[in-house]
Ligand binder design. Structure first.
Ligand SMILES: C[S@@+](CC[C@H](N)C(=O)[O-])C[C@H]1O[C@@H](n2cnc3c(N)ncnc32)[C@H](O)[C@@H]1O
Length: 382
């Protein structure tokens, strides 16, 4: 029998909590597994992202991802009248690659824009904040980059104009789990049996779960399970109240609600990542594996519209990157290949092509752009 690595301290903290309460919601379980201040996955020191970690994200595939987004941010700055205090807020910056690629590109290619911008990072993990600060040393003059914890950012009472950006943030928000049983929506709770954690169905912990599906006019099939990310409502409210004028770019894997909650998706989309393998069991390796679920873009779009965050664009990531010039960048690489060793050339080209692979991250990932208080639309060559 293979024994899975597990964080014994974290496991006993979760078990204690379940003993005290009887059972906990899946969101409470996930919050401890990922964000316990000492033992949670995101607060522990092991590698998470990249070759020696558990998964790759787009900024780790190739810097062109951040460079193309830098061009879009530049266009947003133009639309907003080239204001001298353009603020980029990136939430959940991981190892900081996206921020670094955007700032490096802006400093090199768009110096006026670079002068006018400030980059704010909201990061829940003290471990990642430390890594980001190290990486961003060359941009540390004039307070170019400022860090906040999510709590500090929420408490801050100033208003920013610019762009709020996130890549793979929302899929890691703790979510509740529900299941349709005998025609009624039930909640999946986490409790204990002799060998460890087990699931148990019970009444909904909050009417917001039922309301979520009513708003979407979706009824799950008998026996169908689904994840519900209630955190996105407060998240959107916070962005809306902190932003004077500007744009919100949300990049993540997900679908519109009709696809996400389609009857054939009987077990939802929960996925756990460990050493570049995927499994669907969040109860193994607590504290050592990432837990995620796909994002419901319909709820993000509709909730945004109600608060005047207007949808500008929703599309697959590969189309977004092509519209920003990915193919031209690959062409430029072809033209300049004599400056690179044959190995470097293929390494670069293959890395960039990852964004275009049929069925790969370019299709799975979606990009949503919303805007507030800005009339002009961004122009992409779609
Ligand atoms: C899947 S990683 C993505 C990292 C990075 N954006 C990338 O693309 O490589 C999720 C990131 O979000 C952070 N995070 C999770 N919840 C957060 C929250 N509520 N506020 C700020 N950061 C959060 C994690 O610590 C981590 O840095």
């Amino acid at each position: 029998m293979v024994t899975e690595p597990e964080n014994k301290e974290l496991k006993s903290i979760i078990i204690d909590k379940i003993r005290k309460k009887g059972r906990i919601t899946f969101a409470e379980y996930m919050d401890m597994a990922l964000y316990h201040p000492v033992h949670g996955y995101y607060n522990s020191s092991g590698e998470k992202i990249g070759k020696d970690g558990d998964y790759y994200t787009s900024p780790h595939v190739h810097p062109v991802f951040g460079q193309l987004i830098a061009r879009l941010l530049y266009q947003m700055w133009n639309i907003m009248g080239e204001i001298s205090d353009f603020t980029i807020v990136e939430a959940g910056a991981g190892k900081g690659f996206l921020c670094c690629d955007i700032l490096d590109y802006a400093r090199r290619q768009l110096p006026d824009f670079y002068e006018s911008l400030t980059y704010n990072i909201i990061e829940i993990s003290s471990h990642f904040s430390a890594t980001q600060k190290e990486l961003m040393k060359s941009h540390s003059d004039k307070n170019k980059v400022i860090w906040y914890s999510p709590d500090d950012f929420g408490k801050r009472d100033f208003c920013f104009n610019g762009c709020y950006l996130s890549n793979e943030l929302l899929d890691s928000f703790p979510f509740n789990m529900v299941k349709m049983e005998e025609g009624r929506l039930k909640e999946v709770y986490v409790t204990l049996n002799k060998s460890g954690f087990m699931e148990e169905l019970g009444e909904l912990s909050t009417p917001a779960l039922e309301q979520y599906f009513t708003n979407l006019d979706i009824t799950l099939e008998e026996g169908q399970k689904a994840e519900v990310n209630l955190g996105i409502f407060d998240w959107l409210k916070e962005i809306h109240s902190a932003m004077g004028k500007g744009f919100v770019i949300t990049i993540d894997y997900g679908y519109t609600a009709d696809e996400l909650f389609a009857p054939y998706r009987t077990d939802g989309t929960i996925s756990c990542y460990y050493r570049h393998t995927v499994n669907h069991n969040p109860y193994i390796r607590p504290g050592f594996q990432d837990i995620t679920a796909h994002v419901d873009f319909t709820t993000l779009i509709e909730t945004g519209e109600k608060m005047n965050l207007k949808k500008t664009l929703y599309l697959e990531q590969y189309r977004f990157l092509i519209a920003l010039g990915l193919l031209d960048t690959i062409d430029d690489l072809e033209k300049n290949k004599h400056n690179l060793s044959i190995l470097e050339y293929y390494k670069e080209k293959l890395a960039m092509k990852n964004f275009l692979m049929p069925g790969g991250m370019g299709v799975l990932f979606k990009v949503l752009i919303q805007q507030k208080g800005v009339e002009d639309k961004i122009k992409l060559k779609l």
